[in-house]
Write a protein that binds this ligand. Structure first.
Ligand SMILES: Nc1nc2c(c(=O)[nH]1)N[C@H]1C(S)=C(S)[C@@H](COP(=O)(O)OP(=O)(O)OC[C@H]3O[C@@H](n4cnc5c(=O)[nH]c(N)nc54)[C@H](O)[C@@H]3O)O[C@H]1N2
Ligand SMILES: Nc1nc2c(c(=O)[nH]1)N[C@H]1C(S)=C(S)[C@@H](COP(=O)(O)OP(=O)(O)OC[C@H]3O[C@@H](n4cnc5c(=O)[nH]c(N)nc54)[C@H](O)[C@@H]3O)O[C@H]1N2
Ligand SMILES: [Mo]
Length: 667
């Protein structure tokens, strides 16, 4: 991204024409980034609560006073309860090396604070890929031009990865076939040759059904399996239990469609599967991704240009962990709190393995809007004895519950180093303008807090540039390739040292214990299928009361709850809308445009109904991101979602949510 600056103010942002991914254009959200930077409601000074929690009354204070207050409260809490009573709560408001990874680890390691299990997004998928392939590696977007078949499996790049789309469209123009597997007919699905709409959370059974057909019809690449796959026998024995008829009964697809999917996938090479997060925010998310990741192994698609599987490119470079967190110089790590259980943790669950949480330090995240089961989180944040600091750009729904709010910088105002989110380039984020008002970056606040707490370690005092230089030097890949801070500053974007024709796993070597694709890893076995506990199949009694399955995926004009307070983008996203199938709307007396309430035991949320046959009967769809405070009755979708954890890595299960919907009289 290139920013044009005049007299110290940013006046335009544009994609870098020389960057191989953005190629001169930005997505609908980031192209309006200046509206965010210069938003009249940015928080520009530290603030102290002046009134009841959540009332939204704050008064400005000086940084020195804010820092001294925080250090004083933390010292007192540590003296009485120990450092584990402090919980840092952060996610990926920024994804950079310094402002995310280093900022979330160093100071809190030094304190011995509670650790946060950051599992709200893709932890199940990440671990599943790790277990199966040994690391998260994925092909370049441009390799789609070599694909003859692309399967988008629970992935909606039209909205969530727009820079992929030109490559996909070019591939389609070259004759590549596109199959989309999604309970919703997303824009990505509408442009496909074939759209399959399984019941949510049943993709594990679908993948096993496809494997069953591949095996039964002799479509397996046995030479590839012999050389590069471990656990085939165990996996095949499991797949034998999922003949098309059974997979059809579970997924709600026809047996014929499952057979057809397997045949087309096996017959068209290279075939590329892109599976991202839709399928894994379910109770069996990890097993589902493992089952899907088996299919390229059975057909010998790994290592083929235009084939393989795309989940994430994140492990193509793994930063030196010690340089990031300096954990070896710190007290033993505190107990771990799962971020999806924030409400429960604040309301007593934390005491099962340590002291109560007495202090929260929230940054890079907006849990009141974005984390599951909002009602519990809000109840927890209202605790009078809880000392909450929120470092933010805006007075978000979360910041309203803070005792102290600290003003944060935007990407235009701080130094950072970004690695690819789906590609293989490193980009140095050079600040274009000075911080607005008294805003400080995440890392600068950590340095200031370290000083207020009296810590003298040099790695708590470094500038962001020094941090980057240290980590580039400590990480073998960048050190050996001569990728230095100076080079990044000079070139902006630098390709990772990978061969020009890089295709993951082209050498047939996987970083697993066996060196092969593991279909039944030691201690795990093959990827078992289980019904979502919160689904009609998993809990018929609950489904009798709440028969509709609610999916809330990424909004086209928001990034989670970020950007959802920007006037232009809010106008484009219109209002909170729930889409129902005509056959679900009719018996409820709901017509297009009605105001409705979506409800279950966790909450009641008001939205506009849209009636369309864009999704399966029994499935209703909305988006994540609308702020509660900008929603019709002050409640957003996560009042409805479950804080149950998935099978793998303590992942969230947002899409495993049962609800019902009723029409309400228009007001
Ligand atoms: N515009 C925009 N872009 C974003 C985001 C955003 O909020 N807005 N969020 C960013 C973040 S944090 C992430 S993690 C990524 C996520 O990006 P994606 O992986 O694309 O995730 P989602 O949009 O949550 O879901 C993708 C699709 O999965 C479908 N789905 C849900 N359940 C199932 C299921 O059981 N089976 C199948 N087959 N499909 C299912 C949904 O209908 C949806 O169309 O996007 C990133 N990009
Ligand atoms: N219903 C439902 N809910 C979901 C999902 C879903 O599919 N359905 N998806 C989940 C997923 S995939 C994710 S990743 C999570 C995301 O959830 P969060 O990580 O909470 O993401 P956001 O809601 O965008 O909140 C990020 C906040 O960070 C702030 N921020 C941005 N830059 C900075 C900075 O430099 N410093 C500081 N201090 N703050 C900054 C932004 O202003 C914003 O308020 O949401 C989850 N929530
Ligand atoms: Mo995410």
């Amino acid at each position: 991204m290139i920013t044009t600056v005049r007299d110290g103010s940013a006046i335009a942002v544009a994609g870098d024409p020389n960057h191989p991914m953005t190629r001169g254009w930005l997505c609908v959200k980031v192209s309006r980034y200046l509206e965010r930077v210069y938003h009249p409601k940015r928080v520009l000074t530290p603030l102290r609560r002046a009134g009841a929690k959540s009332a939204g009354h704050f008064e400005p204070i000086a940084w020195d006073e804010a820092l001294a207050t925080i250090a004083g409260r933390w010292r007192a809490i540590i003296a009485e309860y120990g450092a584990e009573a402090i919980l840092p709560y952060s996610y990926t408001g920024v994804l950079g090396l310094v402002q995310c990874m280093v900022a979330e680890s160093r100071l809190f390691n030094r304190l011995g604070a509670s650790q946060l299990e950051r599992s709200i997004c893709g932890a199940a998928g990440e671990l599943a890929i790790q277990q199966t392939l040994g690391g998260r590696l994925a092909p370049e977007y441009s390799d789609l031009l070599h694909s003859r078949l692309v399967v988008l499996w629970g992935s909606n790049p039209h909205s969530t990865a727009p820079h992929l789309m030109p490559f996909l469209r070019d591939a389609q123009r070259n004759g590549c076939e596109l199959i989309v597997i999604d309970p919703l007919r997303t824009p990505s699905a509408a442009a496909a040759n074939w759209h399959l709409a399984p019941l949510p959370g049943t993709d594990g059974a679908l993948a096993l059904g496809v494997a069953n057909v591949l095996i039964a019809e002799g479509l397996v690449d046995h030479e590839y399996v012999r050389q590069h796959v471990a656990g085939y026998e165990e996996f095949a024995a499991l797949a034998a239990q999922f003949p098309p008829a059974r997979a059809a009964a579970i997924t709600g697809l026809s047996a014929g469609d499952i057979v057809e999917l397997a045949r087309r996938y096996a017959a068209t090479r290279p075939a590329h599967i892109r599976t991202t997060d839709g399928v894994q925010r379910h109770a069996s998310g990890g097993n589902t991704i493992r089952a899907i990741a088996a299919l390229p192994a059975l057909t010998g698609n790994y290592g083929l240009r235009g084939g393989g599987l795309a989940y994430s490119t994140s492990d193509v470079i793994v930063w030196d962990a010690e340089a990031i967190g300096h954990a070896s110089e710190c007290p033993p790590p505190g107990r771990t709190i799962n971020m999806n259980r924030l409400g429960a943790a604040l309301l007593g669950e934390a005491e099962e393995n340590g002291p109560p949480i007495k202090a929260l330090y929230i940054f890079n995240t907006n849990p009141v809007v974005s984390a599951p089961n909002s009602g519990k989180i809000i109840a927890g944040l209202q605790r009078e004895d809880l000392f909450t600091v929120v470092h933010e750009l805006f007075l978000t729904d979360t910041a309203r519950y803070a005792d102290i709010i600290l003003p944060a910088t935007t990407q235009l105002e701080h130094v950072d180093l970004n690695k690819g989110y789906g590609h293989h380039y490193l980009t140095y984020n050079r600040p274009a303008i000075a911080p607005l008002g008294e805003a400080r970056s995440n890392w600068d606040v950590m340095r200031a807090l370290a000083e207020a707490l009296g810590f003298t370690e040099p790695w708590l005092r470094q500038t962001a540039d020094d941090v980057i230089a240290e980590i580039l030097q400590a990480t073998p890949m960048t050190r050996e390739a001569g990728i230095t801070l100076e080079r990044l500053q000079a070139e902006g974007t630098v390709r990772l040292p990978l061969p020009e024709d890089y295709v993951p796993f082209a050498d047939g070597i996987f970083a697993t214990p066996s060196g092969k694709v593991e279909l039944a890893p030691e201690g795990l076995g093959p990827p078992l299928y289980r019904d979502n506990p919160e689904s009609p199949a998993g809990d018929p009694e609950l489904a009798a009361r709440y028969p509709l399955m609610l999916i809330s995926s990424g909004a086209h004009h928001f990034l989670s709850s970020s950007f959802a307070n920007m006037p232009t983008l809010r106008r484009k996203q219109r209002e909170p809308i729930v889409t129902l199938h005509p056959d679900d709307a009719a018996p409820r007396g709901i017509v297009d445009g009605d105001t409705v309430e979506i409800f279950n035991d966790r909450g009641v949320v008001r939205m506009r109904a849209r009636v369309a046959d864009e999704l399966r009967r029994g499935v209703v769809g909305t988006v994540k991101g609308w702020w509660h405070s900008l929603s019709p009755d002050g409640k957003g979708v996560n009042w409805l979602t479950s804080d149950r954890l998935a099978d793998t890595a303590g992942n969230s299960t947002f899409h495993a949510t049962l609800v019902d919907i009723r029409k309400i009289a228009d007001t």
